[in-house]
Write a protein of this length. Sequence first.
Length: 171
Amino acid sequence: MTDIPPGFVRVMDTLWLAFSGLRAFFIVLNVLIFGVLVYAFVRSFEVRPKFHRSPYRKKKVITLRQSVFREQWKMILRKFQGGSHDAMRVTIIEADALADEALKQMNLKGDTMADRLGRLNPDEVPSMNRIWKAHRLRNDIVHRAGFSFSPEEAQGALGDIEAFLQDIGAL
C-alpha cells in the first residue's frame, strides 16, 4: 500500500467541505424557489380571467333540436327580408317566440319568458342584456297600439335574439 501524502488529504478535506457547503446552499435555494413558485401560483388565481364554458352552450354536435331551431331561424330571416313594416313586426314577434321556446326546452320554469330569463345566470350568458332589450321591443310592439320602430331597431333586435340563441346553444 502506498501512503497518501498529507497535503492531498487536506486538499480533499477542503474540497469535500466546499462541496458540502455548495450542496446545502443549493438545497436551500431549491426550497426557496419552490416556495416562490407555489406563492406565485396561488396568487395567480386572484387575477386570472374566468375561463368557463356555459352549461347551455354545446358546439361539438348539432342536435336535432338545433337543426329545427336553425330552420325556423332561417324562415324568420327570410320573412324579415320582405322589408315591409308588418313583416318586421311579425319577425320580431316570431323570433322572440323562438327564443322563448328555446328557454322552455331548457326546462326553465316560469309562466312568462321574463320569468324564464330571470332563471338564467347573466355570467353564463353574455347576451343577456341584449335579449332583454329585444324582448322589451317585442312587448312594445304587442302591447302598445301604434308603436313604431325603425328598421335598424328591428334588425338590431333580430341580431340580439340570434346572439342569445347562439349563446345558449340553440343555433
